[in-house]
Structure formats: structure tokens, C-alpha cells
Design a binder for this molecule. Structure first.
Ligand SMILES: Cc1cc2nc3c(=O)[nH]c(=O)nc-3n(C[C@H](O)[C@H](O)[C@H](O)COP(=O)(O)O)c2cc1C
Length: 463
């Protein structure tokens, strides 16, 4: 059978992900694999619709499509996102309808699930028959058990196609009928109290709801508020995945465009940052994704620490929990605060305007109070993935991260606390003795609360 592989790595054939595809192709020589490096060739595909349509025709005549991609900032690369957007922009969706699909990614398993959810949702929207996802750690292919697992996945994919499986749709169609919003001059204002506010968007002239939401928020805030559009910034291209930044955070684009300067001199110096965008398919646009990918020159080290963030969204945000998760996690990883998401899904103009007013107030209040939400699994778990992988081997490439992690105390391995380790070993032995263990279990609940007693006493009297 013919399988079309859509490669999402900007590195084209010199990609880790492609080695997994090559492995499958060698193991199953009876099938034909046609690989298209769509992320690497995105500029050509944008400029030359015929070349784009040649790939679409290959999809039409294939039995299956394999979406093969690396994880880029909790999702797919901006170049891949652009390719996906082109499918509907150029009216090519119908060539994908009814085709079997599967997704294969490589990564360090940091939010691989959000990327897979996105691709699965796209396949459902395109009317494809989605047969499964495979998320490999980038080094899995080096291990015999993992190679076997990959073969089984491929086998199952071919079996599904052969038996004409009919998998159910997992992600529902997105219905989105927003109120047309026209911003008027606000009567109530919020002073920025000297805080520096930056609103960054990718708004296009036809996205009037988004433009008007930005306009309204800007006019509510009285003080230092700057608005930038990603389309106007000097950004020469997407992240190439070259990893040159790994050693000293110096991006290959340094001196070639204005992105790094904008990031360092505008965003890093802001107190409040509002990201504004319209949903294109199931995510922010490729332009926004380019922003996130290019921010990778900071590698795995938080670079926008202690800020207030908000997301102003035009689109069906409430129906896209996976999309919200991407940005909740991203902000938390930055050690910053996500004040709110706000979309134009409200019932009427006055609700939206009230929400914009509340948002402005909350952003400035929380900024002044220095409030950062407590960490959740999103960053507690996420940072452990980074910490362990950088420590275990990636520090050879990501030298800058290694130095920063030491400096910032991100290497918080419990194993390092020798005193605690000795204490725990002793406690382990003692509480393992049957008599003591029983008594320990009896008092355990109360003992667990002991450390809190003093804190509560000092907190004041209960009236
Ligand atoms: C810009 C950039 C962003 C990345 N973001 C993530 C991420 O969010 N999660 C993850 O697990 N790995 C991430 N990675 C690691 C890659 O997904 C991983 O190295 C992958 O195997 C690269 O595949 P490729 O060689 O096919 O491009 C990122 C790498 C780059 C260069």
C-alpha cells in the first residue's frame, strides 16, 4: 500500500523523526512510502501552489497518511502548522477525506500529548480515519524493546487500513458564531500605575473582533501600553531546529532579524504581557507558533519570569481544552502568572466589555501584588522532564541550560540532600519494624498535621 509521510521537521531528511519513518520503511518493504518534507519546504509550497497541489494529489491516491513530526514548544513546528493551514486555505481538504491517518512524533515527551491531540483533531476535521498516535522519545530507536514497539504500531496501522477499519471521530466539529464586536470608547479606566504593559498580536485586518478587543483593552488601560503586531516585526523565518542556541543562547538569526532584540528589550522588560490571537483551526495561527518556536533561543530556561500574562482570543476557545493547556503550561513554565483567557464567545457586547475591564484591573492588581499562581502538575511535572533530560545527557548540547539550571536551583534533585537522605533511611528502617509500624499508622494522621499547628497559631485567632 502507498503511505504518504508528511514530515513536520524543519530539518527535512536530516531529522530524528525521519529515522523512525526510515526504520518502518525498511521493516515493511512491501509498502511504498512517499515522504514529503513539508515543514522544511514550506516557503516553496506557499509560493508555488502547484507544488503544494502535487502533494495533495499524492495524498488523494494514498491508502494512508502518516503525520510525522517533532514536538516544537508543546505543539508542532510553525512550518508544519502553516502547511496544515494551507490545506483548508487552498481548498484541498477534500483530498484528505476518508484517507487513513496516523501520527508519529519524536520529542523528549514534554507535552507530546497536546501535540498529538492537535493532530488528531485536525485529522477528524479533515474527515480522515485516524488509526493511532505514536509518541517516541527521541532516543527510543536505540533500544531493542522500543524498536519492537514501533514495529507493532506500524503493523497495526497497516492492519487497520487492510481491514478497512472505521474508527470513530474523537474531536467534535467546532461551532463558532461570535457576536460581531465593535469597540466604543470605554467610560471606566484602569491606571497601569507605572507598570509596563505590552499587547502582542497577530491580528489581520479582517479579524475585526480581535482588533476591537485589543483596541478596547488598550483604551481601558491608562499609562504605558504598547501594542505590537507579529506581522510587522522583523522576523525572517521560523526556528530551524539547528540547536546552535544550545551552547550560549545565541540564535542562528542573531543580527539577521529583529526578533531576539524585540524579545529581550520589549518582552523581558514588560510587567504585563497580553497575547492576542485568532484561532485558526484548533490553535493559534502559524505566526503565533513562529513566535513560540523562535523563543526557543532561551532553550529550556524560563525567560519571562514573574510577569502577568493574559490571552485575548477570538475563536472557539471554550471548546479547545488542549489549546488552553498549551498556554497554561507555557506560562507556568515561565514562572509567571496566567491572569486569564478571554475570548469573544460571550453572549453580548456588554459582557465582553465588562470582562475586558475586569481583566485590565486584575492584571494591574496582581502585578502590583506580585501574585503568581501556585505551580501545578503542568510545571512541576514539566520541569522535572527538563531537569532530568538536561542533566542526563542533553547538557552536552544545551550547555546554557545546564549553567542556568545550576544557577537557578532547577537541579533540585532530592538525592542531593544528604541530611534528609540519612534521616529518611533511618525512618524507613524504624517504621518498617512491625510493632512500631502499627503504632505509627495509628498516629500518622495527627502527626502529618503537626508542622501546620504553629503556622495556624501564628496566623491569628479563630473568631
Ligand atoms: C524549537 C524546539 C522546540 C522543541 N520543543 C519541544 C517540546 O515542546 N517538547 C518536547 O518534548 N521536545 C521538544 N523539542 C525537542 C524535539 O522535539 C526533539 O528533539 C525531536 O526529536 C526533534 O526531531 P527532528 O530531528 O525530527 O526535528 C523541541 C526542539 C526544538 C528545536
Amino acid at each position: 500500500m502507498k503511505i504518504v509521510v508528511l514530515n513536520g521537521s524543519p530539518k527535512g531528511p536530516v531529522s530524528v523523526t525521519m529515522q523512525y519513518v526510515n526504520y518502518i520503511a525498511r521493516k515493511f518493504p512491501e509498502h511504498e512510502f512517499k515522504i514529503f518534507h513539508v515543514a522544511q519546504k514550506i516557503h516553496g509550497l506557499e509560493k508555488d501552489p502547484e507544488r503544494f497541489m502535487e502533494i495533495v494529489e499524492e495524498v488523494r491516491s494514498a491508502e494512508g497518511v502518516l503525520w510525522a513530526f517533532p514536538l516544537y514548544i508543546l505543539l508542532v513546528s510553525s512550518q508544519y502548522k502553516r502547511f496544515i493551514e494551507l490545506i483548508s486555505e487552498r481548498g484541498a481538504s477534500e483530498a484528505f477525506r476518508g484517507r487513513y491517518a496516523a501520527a508519529l512524533s519524536t520529542s523528549i515527551n514534554f507535552y507530546d500529548t497536546t501535540a498529538h491531540a492537535y493532530i488528531h483533531g485536525i485529522c477528524d476535521d479533515l474527515g480522515m480515519k485516524f488509526l493511532g498516535s505514536y509518541s517516541a522519545h527521541m532516543q527510543d530507536l536505540l533500544k531493542p524493546d522500543e524498536r519492537m514497539r514501533l514495529e507493532l504500531f506500524a503493523q497495526e496501522l497497516f492492519a487497520g487500513i487492510k481491514e478497512k477499519a472505521n474508527p470513530p471521530r474523537l474531536y467534535q466539529t467546532l461551532n463558532y458564531n461570535p457576536i460581531p464586536y465593535r469597540a466604543s470608547a470605554p467610560r471606566r479606566h484602569v491606571s497601569t500605575n507605572g507598570k509596563r504593559v505590552v499587547i502582542l498580536s497577530d491580528a489581520q485586518p479582517h479579524q475585526t473582533n480581535l482588533l476591537n478587543m485589543i483596541q478596547r483593552l488598550k483604551s481601558i488601560l491608562k499609562g504605558n501600553v504598547e501594542v505590537f503586531n507579529l506581522h510587522d516585526l522583523d522576523i525572517r523565518g521560523g526556528c530551524l531546529g539547528c540547536l546552535r542556541c544550545g551552547s550560549d543562547n545565541r540564535c542562528v538569526y542573531t543580527g539577521k532579524d529583529g526578533f531576539i532584540d524585540f524579545y529581550n528589550s520589549t518582552l523581558k522588560k514588560a510587567d504585563v504581557i497580553v497575547f492576542a490571537g485568532a484561532i485558526v483551526d484548533r490553535q493559534l495561527s502559524w505566526k503565533w507558533r513562529q513566535f513560540f518556536d523562535r523563543s526557543f533561543f532561551n532553550c529550556h530556561t524560563p525567560s519571562l519570569i514573574g510577569k502577568q500574562f493574559a490571552f485575548l482570543i477570538s475563536g472557539p476557545l471554550s471548546r479547545l481544552p488542549e489549546m488552553r493547556l498549551v498556554y497554561e503550561a507555557w506560562v507556568e513554565i515561565q514562572q509567571s502568572n496566567l491572569a486569564a483567557f478571554l475570548s469573544d464567545e460571550t453572549e453580548n457586547t456588554s459582557d465582553l466589555e465588562n470582562s475586558l475591564y475586569s481583566l485590565a484591573g486584575r492584571l494591574i492588581r496582581q502585578c502590583e501584588a506580585g501574585y503568581i499562581r501556585p505551580r501545578t502538575f503542568l510545571s512541576v511535572g514539566g520541569m522535572k522532564v527538563f531537569r532530568d533530560d538536561i542533566w542526563a545527557g542533553l547538557r552536552i548540547i544545551f550547555r546554557a541550560d545546564h549553567k542556568a539550571y545550576k544557577r537557578m536551583g532547577i537541579y533540585d534533585f532530592p538525592q542531593k540532600k544528604i541530611g534528609k537522605r540519612i534521616l529518611m533511611s533511618l525512618a524507613w528502617l524504624i517504621t518498617g519494624l512491625p510493632g512500631i509500624r502499627r503504632r505509627f499508622q495509628d498516629v500518622m494522621k495527627k502527626q502529618m498535621l503537626k508542622p501546620y499547628e504553629k503556622i495556624l497559631q501564628n496566623a491569628g485567632r479563630v473568631s
